[in-house]
Design a protein around this ligand. Structure first.
Ligand code: OAD
Length: 256
C-alpha cells in the first residue's frame, strides 16, 4: 500500500463524520459528459448562457427544453460505475455520512447511497416555471398528453411552461439543501472531493468550510482542480479506479 493510500485509510478509519462532495467527474465513467473537460465537456460544445439560465428559457423555451431532453437521452443508458458503488459502500462503514452532489443524474441513489444532498436539482424531475403552487411545483410530465416535438409542456395548474428541476446560472440553490450541506461540511472530520473542477460556488466553497473547521480533505480527480491547493491528499486518477482501491484498503486494514 503506498503512503497516500495508507494515510487516507487512517484518516477514514478514525473518522466518525465523513462528507463527500461529488461533481460531474464521478459520472464520467458512466458515459455522462462533464461540463468543463476540454473537448468533451458540455460547456466546451454548448454555450451555457443560451441554455442554462432563466433568461435563455424565457427567450427560447423550446431550445432549452430540447437541450435537456437531449441530455436525458444521453443519460438514459447510464449505469452507476465503480466510483458510485464505492461511495455507497463507504457510507455503510461510517457512522455519520453525508454525500453532497452537484450532479443532476440519479446514479448515486441507484448505487445505494442514502444520505444525499442535491445542490443542483434532478434532471429527471420537472416543475412549473412560475412555481404557481409554491417553489417547487413539481409536474409529472409523463402524465400529460402532449406532442413531444412541440417543446416544453405547460403546467396543468396555470398554463406556464414546464422546466427541468435544475438550478440554472443566476438562480439560488435550494436553501435547505445548501444549509444542510454547509452544516455537514463544518462538522466533517474528513471530506472527500470527487470529480469536481471547483469552479462553481457555493458548492465549491464547501471544502473551504470543512478545511476551516479542521477537516482533512482528500481529492479524487485525474487533473488538478481549483480545490487542489488546499487538499491534504490528491489521488490523480479516475474515481472509478481510486475509490474502489480505497475501499479494498479499508477492508484490508479492518481485517489486520
Ligand atoms: P466540471 O465539468 O466543471 O468538472 C469535472 C471534473 O471532473 C474535472 O475537474 C475533471 O478533471 C474531473 N474528472 C474527469 N474525469 C474524471 C474521473 N473519471 N474521475 C474523477 N474526476 C474526473 O463539473 P462540476 O465540477 O461538477 O451546474 O461542475 C459544477 C457545476 O457546473 C455542475 O453541477 C453544473 C455545471 O454548470 C449545474 O448543472 C447547475
Amino acid at each position: 500500500m503506498d503512503d497516500a493510500l495508507r494515510q487516507a485509510v487512517t484518516l477514514l478509519n478514525n473518522a466518525t463524520r465523513v462528507v463527500v462532495l461529488t461533481g460531474a467527474g464521478v459520472s464520467k465513467e458512466s458515459g455522462i459528459p462533464t461540463f468543463r473537460d476540454a473537448q468533451t465537456g458540455l460547456w466546451a460544445r454548448y454555450d451555457p448562457t443560451q441554455l442554462a439560465t432563466p433568461e435563455a428559457f424565457r427567450r427560447d423555451p423550446k431550445l432549452v427544453w430540447d437541450f435537456y431532453e437531449f441530455r436525458r437521452e444521453v443519460m438514459r443508458p447510464a449505469q452507476p460505475n465503480p466510483a458510485h458503488v464505492a461511495l455507497a459502500q463507504l457510507e455503510r462503514r461510517v457512522p455519520q455520512f453525508t454525500l453532497i452532489t452537484q450532479n443532476v443524474d440519479d446514479l448515486h441513489e441507484r448505487a445505494g447511497s442514502i444520505h444525499i444532498i442535491r445542490l443542483h436539482g434532478q434532471i429527471h424531475r420537472n416543475k412549473c416555471f412560475n412555481a404557481c403552487q409554491g417553489e417547487p411545483t413539481y409536474i409529472d410530465v409523463a402524465a400529460l398528453a402532449r406532442d413531444r416535438a412541440a417543446g416544453p409542456p405547460t403546467c396543468p395548474h396555470c398554463g406556464a411552461f414546464v422546466r427541468p428541476d435544475i438550478v440554472w446560472f443566476g438562480e439560488g440553490l435550494p436553501a435547505q439543501a445548501l444549509s444542510a450541506a454547509q452544516s455537514a461540511s463544518a462538522a466533517a472530520e474528513v471530506m472527500l472531493i470527487v470529480g469536481t473542477s471547483g469552479m462553481v460556488t457555493p458548492a465549491a466553497d464547501l471544502p473551504y468550510i470543512a478545511r476551516q473547521s479542521g477537516a482533512a480533505l482528500i481529492e479524487f480527480n485525474p487533473l488538478p482542480s481549483a480545490i487542489t491547493p488546499i487538499v491534504n491528499l490528491h489521488f490523480a486518477e479516475a474515481a472509478g479506479v481510486a475509490l474502489p482501491r480505497l475501499i479494498t484498503a479499508l477492508e484490508e486494514r479492518r481485517g489486520e
